[in-house]
Design a protein around this ligand. Structure first.
Ligand code: 5RP
Length: 292
């Protein structure tokens, strides 16, 4: 292991030079095989290079969350506005029509529920790669707990999932968890996102923060940002806009879409920011127009 004492601080992010890509447009995927690239192309729009992922996996630790009481009613109308659905195998199987023209990211790990006081010990596998293939998954999501007791176990699950995904051409999304006690700083996200990519994640889900341009530059695979708790629509659009400007390749957003008073309007507005670089104000107008 490298000696962490006396390390020189990293500073040379070359923000003015785009990442080197040779042959395939998704960051870090140029050397992957055809099947992996084909699935990546279903996740990341070939024109914009970005993805709108709709996360509705909250119930796997929280039970019925506000806005997701009836997933069969809430999520299908949003499908035309998003590129990817992110959910658990149980809910996708039960509530999403198999004919829906949308990519699927299956959350393949389980964790301790909100009734459990402590942060997860790392969880376990809820959906193995054969089951993911049976569901025709385009991506497998693994939760990780960097800087927390579940770190080692969750990194093992990530690495094993990424190995299985590489075997069958299915990308792995590594998800950075933030707990009550965990810092949400550039320093933390620089470390966490890089660690996930180094251990095999093809895509990383993380949070927007000050200094995000350095986080994105130092992560060799695309980062999609989580939305976090519900914000006013204008603020959520502003956050998505800044993230894209600073190098994110999309969003994997839940509550800021399905808890909006017009989820369809919000999904459409986020899509404009992510794929067409609308400003937050232009996107807010899209939201308002659909709402009224
Ligand atoms: C938690 C997750 C959740 O799916 C995600 O955070 C939910 O999205 P949002 O925060 O936008 O409601 O990955 O680790």
């Amino acid at each position: 292991m490298a000696d962490a004492i006396g390390n020189k601080a990293a500073h040379d992010y070359h923000l003015d030079i785009p990442p080197v890509r040779d042959g395939f447009y998704v960051k870090g995927a140029a050397h992957c095989d055809w099947g992996m690239q084909n699935r990546m192309a279903r996740l990341f729009n070939p024109k914009s290079g970005n993805a709108v992922m709709l996360a509705f996996d909250h119930g796997y630790i929280m039970g019925p969350t506000a806005g997701l009481e009836r997933i069969d009613l809430v999520i299908p109308p949003l499908i035309p506005h998003v590129d990817v659905l992110m959910g658990t195998k149980g809910v996708i199987r039960a509530c999403i029509p198999p004919s829906a023209p949308v990519a699927k990211c299956v959350r393949v790990t389980y964790d301790t529920t909100v009734l459990f006081d402590e942060m997860s010990n790392g969880g376990g596998i809820a959906c193995d790669v054969e089951n993911a293939i049976r569901m025709n998954a385009d991506c497998m999501a693994v939760q990780t707990f960097i800087g927390a007791p579940g770190e080692s176990r969750s990194l093992e699950l990530l690495a094993r999932t990424a190995d299985a995904g590489a075997r069958y051409g299915i990308p792995t999304l590594g998800v950075v968890a933030v707990g009550k006690q965990m810092e949400r700083t550039e320093k933390f996200f620089l470390l966490a996102t890089r660690v996930l990519a180094e251990n095999g994640a093809n895509i990383v889900k993380s949070y927007y923060c000050d200094g995000f341009e350095r986080v994105a530059a130092a992560c060799p695979v695309p980062i999609v940002i989580a939305g976090g708790k519900k914000l006013p629509e204008a603020d959520a659009l502003e956050m998505a806009y800044r993230a894209i400007q600073d190098g994110a390749h999309g969003v994997d957003m839940g509550r800021n879409i399905f808890q909006s008073d017009c989820p369809e309007g919000m999904a459409a507005a986020i899509g404009k920011v992510v794929h067409e670089h609308y400003t937050p104000q232009q996107a807010l107008e899209v939201y308002q127009e659909i709402k009224h």
